[in-house]
Unconditional design. Structure first.
Length: 403
């Protein structure tokens, strides 16, 4: 090996051998489907009631349901956990039910959807030289010969409409299969997954009616619900003693405006990576801030261009957070540091009422956030946290204010 290759090998080998706070980081990945779907019992119960007939009377009816909700609210995880569980229960009752999950963002045509299903049911089915309908007919023949029932989930279903010239053809075809095989067992049931129902408004009325018959809604997670989710997943992913309640609460607070558990889990994973990079024994609030900066890509020029006293106020927040090594600071602590900074820089400090105005401005810009104190504080006080930026980024951006 030459010198460059040896150096690369040493770097990689050294990084691979370093200690880590993770025990199974895959538990924080977006494609991980946990056994325990925290705060999604109502949706699982609704799916179970709708598809109960598939187990009690296989082939008697083709069921369809649409799952709707924003990004990161658990639609895909619920569908996958429900589908795999249905497979297991059906097998125990002597029914061969197969769950197939297709992401329509990747497979956007009817042919690609049918091809994906065929590959999962019987990989030996030839897919070249056939139209989508011919391939589906071959697939259906196998379903009948092998007495197989299919539960098909179409994730990001609205992307099936993006192919020029097809309009509602894919969903029309898949939702009306029962019409083609009216005197035979119904072997295809559908789960559609989408962020909103607007795309259905352009479809054939019969397709709309069919797909809107059963709609299960997924509301955004609250801060408390996100806390519960990342607490369960975090303790599965990280070693004991490396994840504190303060960090969990901080991530939940940051993520609550979006109600997006996926975002919260990514913040926790990236924060863990920063802790590893610094050889820290546990995840700290500043690791979360650095992780958030990676995810949000907040435009730093907004901070640099703030009026003088708003910059001083923000720098004061960063300094107190750094000194306390905490997720939140009190208004009193910030104002004390603000006055000290003003004195150091020979600037006349503003009054308390104006400090509150600075806080509101920085909140509106997405730089700071606040919460009311809970246990551990005397009375009610406003706690301030740093949003979308790390302490390091603030200090570096506002370094010229240092006296």
């Amino acid at each position: 090996m030459n010198g460059y290759q040896t150096l690369a090998y040493d770097i990689i080998a050294h990084e691979m051998s370093r200690p880590t706070i993770f025990k199974d980081e895959s538990r924080l990945f977006p494609d991980h489907v946990p056994m325990n779907l925290v705060h999604r019992d109502p949706q699982l119960k609704s799916l179970s009631r709708i598809f109960k007939v598939l187990l009690e009377s296989p082939g008697s009816v083709a069921q369809k349901v649409t799952l709707v909700g924003d990004v990161g609210v658990g639609k895909t995880a619920v569908a996958k956990r429900f589908g795999s569980t249905m497979e297991s229960i059906a097998k125990g009752r002597g029914t061969d039910l197969r769950y197939v999950h297709v992401n329509c963002y990747k497979d956007r045509t009817l042919f690609l959807v049918v091809k994906k299903v065929a590959q999962q049911i019987l990989p030996s089915i030839p897919d070249r030289g056939f139209s989508a309908q011919e391939l589906f007919e071959s697939l259906w023949k196998i379903l009948e010969e092998e007495n197989i029932y299919l539960l098909l989930a179409l994730d990001e279903a609205d992307f099936l409409l993006s192919v020029a010239g097809e309009k509602d053809a894919p969903l029309y075809f898949l939702s009306r299969v029962a019409d083609e095989y009216i005197n035979k067992p119904q072997r295809l049931s559908l789960i559609l997954i989408t962020r909103n129902l607007e795309f259905l408004s352009d479809l054939n009325k019969s397709v709309q009616s069919s797909l809107l018959h059963n709609v299960i809604r997924f509301e955004r997670y609250t801060s408390e619900q996100i806390y519960d989710i990342i607490r369960v997943r975090g303790f599965e992913a990280l070693k004991e003693g490396t994840l504190g309640e303060e960090v969990l609460a901080m991530i939940a607070d940051i993520s609550s405006p979006q109600g997006d558990a996926r975002y919260a889990l990514e913040l926790l994973w990236r924060a863990g990576k920063y802790a590893d990079a610094e050889a820290a024994a546990r995840v700290l609030p500043e690791h979360v801030r650095k992780a958030q900066l990676d995810v949000s890509q907040f435009p730093m020029h907004i901070v640099i261009e703030l009026p003088l006293h708003e910059r001083l106020f923000l720098l004061s927040v960063a300094k107190v957070l750094k000194r306390n090594r905490s997720a939140y600071v009190t208004m009193g602590e910030v104002e004390s540091t603000y006055r000290l900074l003003c004195e150091t820089n020979k600037i006349e400090p503003r009054k308390h009422t104006q400090s509150w105005e600075y806080l509101q401005t920085l909140k509106n810009l997405g730089i700071l956030y606040t919460k009311i104190s809970g246990a551990g504080f005397r009375g009610k006080t406003t706690l301030i946290g740093l949003l979308n930026l790390s302490i390091e980024a603030v200090e570096k951006g506002l370094s010229k204010l240092e006296g």
